[in-house]
Design a binder for this molecule. Structure first.
Ligand code: IVH
Length: 682
């Protein structure tokens, strides 16, 4: 078959399969077949850049040329404000709302009961069936343009199906499913990064992430709960939701059309229990008058529509006694207080411990020894203490004071200004810090040394065989054999793994060192900017903050780490052993013709794909801008660049070039010279 035709057909098929899988929940092919077809389409598209289509199912992550970074989100005004709902925790108030509404309407009426999804609200706009824009709620009047991030969500169609209207807006909720939330927090715990308290925070944090690849990895999902438009074909919300599902968006199947109050109450009682089996967090139910005409008749109050009400489920909580507060010391020395409790049953599990986060949180609770405390497990995985029952406080009970000394090594704790955490500064002498650092060093994303787990690290530490990461490379065959569970084969394999780690890139070595606040992304940025460890050691805080995304706090930590004598010795040893302490040379730059220029690429092109143009800009020393602003030097415009962008560019006096002019700007082109003047102008 002609490859171009195959591309078009594959795109159609993949769209259909995504819809069957993500919206209908009825896949007609296996995951493996789907992946194979997607790969086939990717390969064909690479062969036919002239067939580029931003709506292709392969284009969920904006660019396949590495991480696409934006610096901030554009603010966009909502066509119609995004309202909130009147809330209640009382069934009585739901009854009152129902009766009041019935009186207003003056006859029997239908309502729709839906789950109230606990995530982050979103407005998704389709123009001519194409996903045009996705905006967060913001302050209700304007929000952030998060289109690129929303495109990564699998159940958000890039194109609608069937008889959709020309302009339609869907409002709904972006959520992080429980399983993804748990995975993300597990990873963050491993990296000693702050955990997300609940899937709601994780979803809204992810939506505001500027790194599209990271967003795609986090597996968000959406549920649509309202459809707006000038020419909607139906006059009831329920029917409109069913229709919206046919157009391809994800609408929950758990909505119900109710004819009377009893049915509403039945729905509430059913879902108060059943919601625990859902893949996403819900915090209540929403009851909406079905008929659009009746909705209009009822109108709204200053803040919320009169035609809807949210009934919120009571978060589960229990009262139990505080036994004692203990403290955990992490890899970076951060000391976290933990409340040990008398066991209590909560949401089907036994709770014995709850995090107290830090000293400020502990103080805000005004915790006293032996207090009765309320533990809650709302959207949170880790139970938290929400309040103290002061009435039950024992007479003479002492306030719980945060420890002053490290509970493991006894060193006086320290706290940095503006940081909530106390930490133990004895980096090289405090067991959990040493073991934690070694575990981090060997972990998959760092040096990826297989065969050394938590238990092996503890055993090696207890035997006095390792006191720091450098000691790993001093281990002998006999040392390893002396550890329980190590046979001939496993000992040899660990030694081989250690040898192999010499080929791990500098950015990962830097990450593996375990400098506070230096995660994978920061390590990569520092490695790219400073190229080698010597340059990084010479760099001052002022030098470092010049690097994108490196703030003063991070810089201070890096400088302090690299000035510490123990760390210097470790780095010197690792260098001698042969670990990579400098970046490998990247592919040669084509030229510096576009150095210092930020260029926004917009619209459709005939000669190269959009991604190819972006790569060209970078290869010639320029920067790709994500939105038009005063910082933009030039816009490379294809056909159908939006009129709004054009107008903004004109207002800001930004030069707009077409693809022929752009190619002419690059060296090696005959036309290059003629347009050199153009470059000077921008
Ligand atoms: S209807 C005017 N339906 O709850 C209609 N909202 O205060 C406005 N939410 O932040 C919303 N599930 O994001 C509606 N099934 C549902 C919902 C829902 C969750 C959120 C919404 C908003 C808040 C309402």
């Amino acid at each position: 078959m002609d490859e171009r035709r195959e591309i078009l057909e594959l795109r159609e098929k993949l769209r259909r399969w995504e819809y069957e899988y993500y919206v209908l929940n009825m896949p007609s092919i296996s995951d493996k077949e789907f992946d194979m077809e997607m790969k086939r389409l990717e390969a064909l598209e690479a062969l036919h850049p002239e067939m580029d289509d931003p709506e292709s199912p392969t284009k969920r992550v904006g660019s396949d040329l590495g991480v696409q970074t934006m610096t901030e989100f554009r603010q966009v005004a909502h066509g119609r404000p995004m309202l909130s709902l009147a809330n209640t925790y009382s069934e009585g108030e739901v009854r009152e709302w129902y009766e009041r509404t019935k009186k207003s309407i003056g006859r029997d009426f239908d309502v729709v009961c839906e789950l109230k999804f606990d995530g982050s609200s979103i407005s998704i706009i389709y123009e001519n069936g194409k996903l045009a824009k996705a905006v967060t709620r913001g302050d209700g009047k304007k929000g952030d343009d998060v289109t690129e991030n929303i495109r990564t969500i699998r159940n958000v169609p890039l194109r609608l199906i069937g008889d959709y209207p020309e302009n339609v807006e869907f409002r709904g909720e972006v959520l992080m499913p429980w399983t993804s939330f748990e995975r993300l927090n597990r990873e963050r715990a491993e990296q000693e990064e702050q955990l997300f308290a609940n899937p709601r925070n994780a979803a809204s944090g992810t939506l505001k992430t500027l790194n599209v690849k990271e967003v795609a990895r986090r597996e968000l999902t959406t549920y649509i709960y309202y459809t707006l438009g000038e020419e909607l074909p139906l006059d009831g919300h329920y029917e409109m939701m069913e229709k919206s599902r046919e157009w391809g968006v994800n609408v929950s199947r758990n909505m119900r059309l109710c004819r009377n109050l009893d049915e509403v109450m039945e729905y509430i009682h059913h879902w108060d229990i059943e919601r625990k089996n859902l893949p996403v967090a819900t915090d209540g139910i929403v009851i909406k008058v079905n008929s659009f005409a009746e909705q209009e008749e009822l109108g709204m109050t200053a803040k919320s529509p009169r035609w809807a009400i949210a009934y919120k489920f009571q978060p589960e909580n229990a009262l139990t006694r505080l036994v004692e507060v203990t403290y955990q010391v992490g890899r970076t020395g951060v000391v976290t207080p933990v409340a040990n409790l008398e066991a209590v049953q909560l949401s089907g599990t036994q709770v014995r411990r709850a995090t107290l986060h830090n000293e400020d949180f502990m103080r805000s609770l005004d915790l006293h020894e032996g207090d009765m405390v309320y533990v809650e497990k709302g959207g949170e995985i880790i139970p938290k203490i929400t309040a103290v029952e002061t009435k039950e406080r024992r007479e003479g009970a002492k306030a719980v004071e945060f420890v002053k000394k490290c509970p493991v090594c006894g060193t006086e704790l320290m706290r940095n200004e503006e940081e909530a955490a106390w930490y133990c500064p004895n980096e090289s002498g405090c067991a959990p810090q040493i073991c934690g650092k070694i575990e981090h060093f060997v972990s998959r994303k760092a040096m990826n040394i297989e065969g050394i787990g938590t238990e092996t690290v503890s055993a090696l530490y207890e035997k006095g065989l390792v006191r720091g990461v450098a000691d790993l490379y001093r281990l002998t065959y006999d040392d390893l054999r002396s550890v329980e569970g190590f046979a001939d084969k496993s000992a040899r394999s660990v030694l081989e793994e250690l040898r192999k780690s010499r080929s791990v890139g500098f950015e990962r070595v830097l990450y593996a060192l375990g400098i506070r606040m230096v995660g994978e992304v920061v390590a990569k940025k520092l490695a790219k900017a400073f190229r080698n460890i010597d340059a990084l050691r010479r760099a001052t805080v002022e030098d470092m903050v010049q690097t994108e995304d490196i703030g003063e706090k991070i810089a201070l930590n890096v400088v302090a780490f690299l000035k510490d004598n123990d760390n210097i010795r470790t780095i010197e040893f690792l260098t001698e052993y042969g670990l990579k302490m400098e970046m490998e040379e990247e592919a040669e730059k084509a030229s510096d013709a576009l150095a210092g220029k930020t260029i926004v690429v917009s619209g459709k092109f005939a000669l190269h794909s959009r991604d190819e143009y972006k790569a060209m800009i970078e290869a010639h020393g320029g920067k790709v801008g994500s939105s038009v602003s005063a910082k933009t030097s030039m816009i490379l415009a294809g056909s159908d660049m939006g009129p709004a962008k054009r107008e903004k560019a004109e207002t800001l006096g930004i030069k707009i070039v077409d693809e022929n002019e752009f190619i002419g700007l690059l060296p090696g082109h005959e036309a290059g010279k003629a347009v050199e003047q153009l470059l000077f102008d921008i």
